[in-house]
Ligand binder design. Sequence first.
Ligand code: URA
Length: 215
Amino acid sequence: MPPAPANLVVFDHPLIQHKLSYIRDRSLSHRPFRALLYQIAGLMVFEATRSFPTVEIDVDTPLERTRCRRLKDNGSSITVVPVLRSGLVMSEGILEMMPEARVGHLGLARDEHSLKPVTYLKRLPRDLAAGPVLLVDPMLATGGSASSALSILKAEGARDVRMLCLVASPEGIARLAKDHPDVWIYAAAVDRELNSVGYILPGLGDAGDRMYGTT
Ligand code: URA
């Protein structure tokens, strides 16, 4: 296994690990799968946003004026970008915590011949540079599509990009550390390896199929 890059946060938190253990269970159906994924994303975003910019403001409590901090632009310059389709549920859990954030969408599919990711949908706010960007994809497997997504976001102007995933592979982490060493990765777990067709082991199977009941 390659050495862990400095910019990786793995959530060794009892609540997250508890919920992840249910998500991994093959007998869990799509409805609780989505609910748990939504909750985990809400917990993870607490740490992933720790250094988000804030501004100081004065607030009048019923007793006196006091200095407080609020998210810069009230959170409206933050952008959450789910990779379709499996990033959608996590992005909803994140938005529960930051309802003012904008949402960009990226659809990436693997070209059958080149096996490289091809963008079939890109809808992003124009001024991505105005605030932090959270790229969301539950499975960081080969890192190919995540690397492409990060390149797209940077080409569109994003300067502070962080990646949130549920389960990462050592191979995917190594790929992002090489292609995007400036990007912080937040993962609930780093699993053992990829199998021959790019699934994470032990993993949880196909995240999109599991969450939408299309297995
Ligand atoms: N995508 C998934 O949904 N699962 C994996 O294990 C790898 C990629």
